[in-house]
Ligand binder design. Structure first.
Ligand SMILES: [Zn+2]
Length: 484
């Protein structure tokens, strides 16, 4: 597409969202109606393949400001994706990560207008996946789907485990219009004649008697008429509190249960069967090259059961090596360490690690710390936080790598199959032993004063304890060693 044509197309697409911004919910007003109308007319040619789960790769871009601040947190995006998968289960659609979360630092993209959003998507979209951008403000909306770049922008403030914004935008991406399509940007007023409302909107008003349901509004006959283009709350029956009137004078209330309406998050919980068929047809027809019949990883079946290190001992504050029992099939752990049980305030550590060990920065001696984990992989986002575990640090640094025990170890983290190098810098002989976490001794030896012992770390990956006892000392000291 040449630049001029692009700009023309672009401004045709965005002219309506500028009005729709007052709703601040969704900036999508243009889906591919040409495709949808073709689909509705030839529905019998599309096999919905009920009973077959379509697995769809997504690429999530987490956008921060220029200095890297205000990015959507990992637990928040995981909860958002878990909600998307839970909402889409009824459509037998499952979304998985094509690759790790992408981090972009750009203040213009973080709080963008449609033109800057186009640039962001155009520069960063990944082929072979549906692209989602989590930003601070997507052109003043909770979210929008941009047909020109085929990507979704989502506001961080409209995400999490209870927001259905991403589900709504994914509906757009997979061809669904709003249930009130054509009424975007025009507020329905029950006190004015319907002819006045009709003159202000660009679409056709769907009638209660279903006489025009396949041509009007969203083209689906199993979604009721809806003219409400602002966010609204539902009554106890899941319907709008405002009573609407169609052109025949028939009264109705809009269906707040549908994700493609503008009802509040607490109301929306479903797609209609025809909407589901259209989404599946859209994937099969326009996105068949990316859909998969199997998932690339197994589901996480349970959370982190407990800590391996520290066990009952106190942790050396200057050598705080943590290790935990694996959550089955997890390949990533979001780890959160705090001085507070509530995990409020500044974190001691928060970040993602891809193995079940972590060396923390220097801690304070004689303090209690709390730790929790959110395990995930490219297909499982719903494990949630583990229970909270705690550990204490020792009053003083008892053993460390700096040789205060007189024994030096190159690192506590050693690759399985490589060598462990121990140097005795004392004037006395030392007895050392290495045992596994169950206390079985795997190796023992003595190291003469000033000597270095090199032994192969030929055991499998895991946590081991190195015991050191100087000649004439009565107590042994312990170092954790992690083979990976
Ligand atoms: Zn929308």
């Amino acid at each position: 597409m040449n630049k001029f044509l692009f700009l023309f197309t672009f401004f045709c697409i965005v002219q309506f969202p500028l009005f729709a911004q007052t709703s601040s919910y969704c900036g999508t007003t243009t889906t591919d109606m040409k495709w949808l109308d073709h689909y509705v007319e030839h529905r019998e040619q599309f096999d919905p393949e009920w009973g077959v789960i379509y697995n769809i790769p997504i690429q999530v871009h987490l956008v921060a400001q220029d200095n890297g601040s205000k990015r959507m947190t990992i637990p928040n995006i995981l909860k958002t994706l878990a909600k998307l998968n839970s909402d889409m289960e009824q459509a037998e659609l499952r979304f998985f990560l094509k690759s790790d979360f992408d981090s972009l630092d750009n203040s213009t993209w973080y709080d963008h207008d449609y033109s800057q959003g186009y640039e962001m998507m155009n520069s960063n979209n990944i082929n072979g996946a549906l692209n989602i951008y989590a930003v601070g403000s997507p052109a003043g909306n909770c979210g929008y789907y941009a047909p020109s770049t085929d990507a979704i922008a989502l506001a961080i403030g409209c995400s999490g485990g209870t927001s259905s914004t991403l589900t709504h935008e994914m509906g757009h991406m997979l061809s669904l219009p709003h249930t009130f399509f054509g009424c975007e940007g025009v507020r329905y007023d029950p006190t004015e004649p319907i002819s006045t409302f009709k003159s202000k909107i660009r679409g056709t008003l769907e009638k209660v008697d279903q006489s025009n349901c396949s041509r009007a509004a969203d083209r689906f006959c199993d979604t009721d008429p809806d003219y409400l283009s602002y966010r609204w709350n539902c009554n106890r029956d899941g319907r709008s509190t405002v009573e609407l009137k169609d052109e025949n004078g028939s009264t109705f209330r809009a269906d707040g249960g549908l994700f493609m309406s503008y009802s509040n998050d607490g109301c929306a919980n479903r797609f209609s069967e025809q909407q589901i068929q259209a989404m599946r047809a859209n994937i099969n027809n326009r996105r068949s090259s990316i859909k998969k019949t199997t998932l690339p990883e197994d589901i996480i079946t349970s959370n982190v059961p407990g800590l391996i290190l520290p066990n009952s001992q106190e942790l050396d504050p200057s050598n705080a090596l943590l290790s935990w029992e694996e959550a089955p099939n997890a390949t990533r752990y979001y780890v959160h360490v705090s001085r507070r049980k509530s995990f409020g305030g500044k974190a001691v550590y928060k970040g993602v690690v891809s193995k079940n060990t972590l060396q923390l920065p220097e801690l304070l001696p004689g303090k209690k710390y709390y730790i929790r984990f959110y395990p995930y992989n490219f297909v499982s986002f719903d494990a949630g936080y583990s229970e909270t575990f705690s550990f204490n640090t020792a009053e003083i640094s008892a053993v460390n790598n700096n040789g205060t025990t007189g024994l030096q170890l190159q690192s506590n983290l050693i690759k399985s199959g490589e060598s462990i190098r121990l140097t005795n810098s004392e004037q006395v002989q030392m007895k050392i032993s290495i045992s596994d976490i169950n206390g079985h001794i795997l190796f023992k030896d003595r190291i003469r004063a000033g000597a270095t012992l090199i032994l192969p770390a030929h055991w499998s990956a895991g946590v081991y304890l190195l015991s050191v006892k100087k000649q004439n000392d009565t107590k042994s000291l312990y170092f954790p060693i992690v083979l990976y």
